[in-house]
Design a protein around this ligand. Structure first.
Ligand code: CA
Ligand code: CA
Length: 375
């Protein structure tokens, strides 16, 4: 071997130890998938048509809306116009840099807080003038995975100082394919900064779902929404044999372990490997068939190759002939050894007590006889 190749071979071997081939399979554990998301960055500014990204805005109140009227320092009060302002509307895509003139440089009355959470654009709903808002923004359908979370950012905006939240300003609903709707979140939009909200959707795993963001406050000026993300992941659980232990007897037929991988993707074929802690108590073959060998307890470790999940299954091998006593043999053996050992000890003491004195007496007489013959 080339002498320069040797260090690289050692490094490669170490790398092989550090990153074994049975790493967790992608998408099965620890790799969340994005099931639905919207950051409003790809849509045209001030559009009320979200169909290009599969979302839908609906105006339930039909009322005309307030618009932004403010003054920069040293200027008179004026409008900050954009397409559709003052008209009845639901949500629209908003960018404070693109109004006429731009709002963004304006530092008075907190108008600098009209910026998006991420990127340049967010979805906003302007307050209606004569009644409460009834504006909805509905997501495309998606199917939650066993562990699924909705995350979004929300903020309210008040032109004048005063209240710092829009009380009971909005709710989020989950709409099933059947049309049935459930409120999964109800909240107030804070005006002092963007707030992240997280909602667990795991209960809807496997059902096609649409999310509806419903803005319903009255007279609160501007409701803002950004960076909506639904992430889902498979979180399979490895269940041991019948949920627990395996009990068998010496001489009984071999039994198959029945591990299950719950919550795996449809069509995923789990690959199990088996290892016994003590071959002398119970052996296990590559198909998970357990053969009792000797009385005692051991543990069989089941590993699922794709996920790396592990289950430890306690195995008890019981006695053959102890009628009515189903405890694992070591306890029974211990009892017999205790009583048997004590009995043997008593017999030994008695025998020694009888035999030892005679042996001692004979030993003392022997030299005397010898003396008489010598004479
Ligand atoms: Ca955005
Ligand atoms: Ca409206």
């Amino acid at each position: 071997m080339n002498k320069h190749a040797f260090p690289w071979l050692i490094l490669a071997l170490l790398a092989g130890l550090a990153f074994p081939p049975h790493a967790a399979a992608q998408g099965i554990t620890g790799e969340p998938q994005i099931l639905c998301s919207q950051d409003f960055e790809t849509l045209p500014c001030f559009t009320q048509d979200f169909s290009a990204v599969g979302w839908e805005a609906q105006d339930g109140d039909g009322d005309e809306t307030y618009m932004i009227v403010a003054s920069r320092e040293g200027e008179t009060l004026r409008e900050y116009a954009f397409a559709g302002c003052r008209e009845p509307m639901s949500f629209l895509v908003f960018n404070p840099d693109k109004t006429t003139p731009a709002i963004t440089p304006m530092q008075s009355q907190n108008y600098d807080k009209l910026t998006a959470h991420g990127g340049a654009q967010c979805a906003v709903s302007f307050a209606s003038k004569t009644k409460a808002n009834d504006d909805t923004l509905t997501s495309p359908a998606f199917v939650p995975l066993p562990k699924t979370t909705l995350s979004f950012y929300v903020k309210g905006f008040l032109a004048a100082s005063g209240e710092d939240v829009f009380t009971e300003s909005y709710e989020v609903l989950a709409q099933l394919e059947s049309g049935e709707k459930t409120v999964i979140w109800e909240g107030a939009a804070p005006t002092d900064g963007w707030q992240e909200v997280k909602v667990d959707l795991s209960a809807y795993a496997g059902s096609s779902l649409r999310l509806i963001f419903h803005y319903k406050a009255q007279n609160a000026f501007l409701f803002m929404l950004d960076d909506i993300v639904v992430t889902g992941e498979y979180a399979p659980v490895l269940i041991g044999h019948n949920g627990g232990a395996l009990q068998t007897r010496v001489g009984d037929a071999p039994q198959a372990l029945l591990p299950e991988l719950e919550g795996a993707p449809d069509g995923y074929v789990p690959v199990f490997t088996y290892e016994t802690q003590d071959e002398g108590i119970a052996s296990v073959d590559q198909d998970g068939v357990v053969s009792p060998v000797h009385m005692g307890n051991t543990v069989i470790t089941v590993t699922e190759a794709g996920t790396g999940l592990v289950a430890k299954i306690p195995v008890s091998v019981l006695a053959v002939t102890v009628a009515g006593d189903d405890r694992p043999l070591p306890n029974v053996l211990r009892r017999y050894f205790l009583y048997g050992g004590a009995a043997v000890l008593v017999i030994l003491v008695v025998v020694l007590g009888l035999v030892l004195p005679r042996v001692t007496r004979r030993g003392r007489k022997a030299p005397a006889k010898k003396t008489r013959r010598d004479r």
